[in-house]
Design a protein around this ligand. Structure first.
Ligand code: IPM
Ligand code: MG
Length: 367
């Protein structure tokens, strides 16, 4: 039997550090659980610009299309601020998402018990929190045409277009309803139908898919500004939140921070099934490249490690291994092991990125 394949793209900033810790987990599972992967590694984002002169080389793109899953660290950094827009690190990530057609971005915001006092919200508001944000990832204002800056001097115009088709809304709605059935069976669809035609279309199409295909799932609709407010007021009211590319970007950062740190949140970006039945897939932390702490061993590798757990679950049918890994993370946190982002007072001393990785491996070995 051929081994499943994985393309690892550490990227920029803290990307290489957190990926190194994730590789320890991958190696441990290979050595101890017989879970072996064919692993390819390449550069993306600013690192790809440095090596290939483009934020996502064609060869990298071709490999991403061929493997069973892509695991990405983070992209971006101030070093690349002066580059032409088309060469910026983020364009590399957006090219992967678009060309792999990864339309459903799953961003789970779960509060680990050990961290519930660490949230900026009261512990009773977030204890046991378990939200799944399903963000449309390949369309909307991120990719809509026309776009650009025209004019000169004091008369310039910047344009982006929010655009959704029926098919684009329907397919991501199905992803959300399918997920809801395996969770709390509730979907809250979020847009701004009060001011945007694309929001009206979104609402109507989501309702249509619900009525014709998923009438058993409870569906509600909410305006995006209200959703932001509700997320910090009573976050546990939500099960699955379904929303577009831009609102999903904003609301997922907000939901992530409810759980204490952006350094904890994984994501899965899924597309249509490939010939082998697995969905096209990329897994990456929700956080960015954190250039301010890059290379110092301060970064929290948990979001990247939990992204690999999502790969085990959604790409490789290894739900048991994913459970094991998530339990290992939970037990390490319960022991009080903390990277700097998870510390409140100056009294405690943080562990390094590598020490956190080692602690999770040790917890796996002890389980
Ligand atoms: C995210 C990030 C990206 C986005 C950036 C890095 C392009 O913020 O994945 O949430 O805006 O989608
Ligand atoms: Mg974002």
């Amino acid at each position: 039997m051929t081994k499943p394949s994985l393309l690892v793209l550490p990227g920029d900033g803290i990307g290489p550090e957190i990926m190194a810790e994730t590789r320890k987990i991958i190696d441990w599972l290979a050595a101890n659980r017989g879970l072996e992967f064919d692993i390819y590694e390449d550069v993306i984002g600013g690192a790809a610009y440095d090596r290939y002169g483009t934020p996502c080389d064609d060869r990298t793109m071709a490999k991403a299309q061929e493997v069973d899953a892509v695991l990405l660290g983070a992209v971006g950094g101030p070093r690349y601020d002066g580059l032409d827009f088309s060469l910026k690190p983020e364009r590399g990530l957006l090219r992967l998402r678009k060309e792999m057609d990864l339309y459903a971005n799953l961003r789970p915001a779960q509060c680990f018990d050990a961290l519930k006092d660490f949230s900026s919200l009261k512990p009773e508001l977030i204890g046991g929190l378990d939200i799944m944000i399903v963000r449309e990832l390949t369309s909307g204002i991120y990719f809509g045409e026309p776009r650009g800056i025209s004019g000169e001097g004091d008369d310039r115009v910047g344009i982006n277009t929010q655009r959704y088709t029926t098919a684009e809304v329907r397919r991501v709605a199905r992803s959300a309803f399918e997920l809801a059935r395996r969770r709390g069976n509730r979907v809250c669809s979020v847009e701004k139908a009060n001011v945007m035609e694309s929001g009206i279309l979104w609402r109507e199409e989501v309702q249509h898919i619900h009525d014709t295909e998923y009438p058993d799932v409870e569906l509600s609709h909410m305006y995006a500004d209200n959703c932001a407010m509700q997320l910090v007021r009573t976050p546990k009211q939500f099960d699955v939140i379904l929303t577009d590319n831009l609102f999903g970007d904003l609301l997922s950062d907000c939901a992530a921070m409810l759980t204490g740190s952006l350094g904890m949140l994984p994501s899965a970006s899924l597309g249509a099934p490939m010939d082998n039945g697995r969905p096209k897939a990329m897994y990456e932390p929700v956080h960015g490249s954190a250039p301010d702490i890059a290379g110092q061993g301060k970064a929290n590798p948990i979001a990247c490690i939990l992204s690999f757990a999502m790969a085990l679950r959604y790409s490789f049918d290894e739900g048991d291994a994913a459970d094991l890994l998530e339990a290992a993370v939970e037990s390490v946190l319960a022991k009080g092991v903390r990277t700097g982002d998870l510390l409140q007072s100056d009294g405690q001393s943080p562990v390094s990125t590598a020490e956190m990785g080692d602690a999770i491996v040790a917890a796996l070995a002890a389980s």
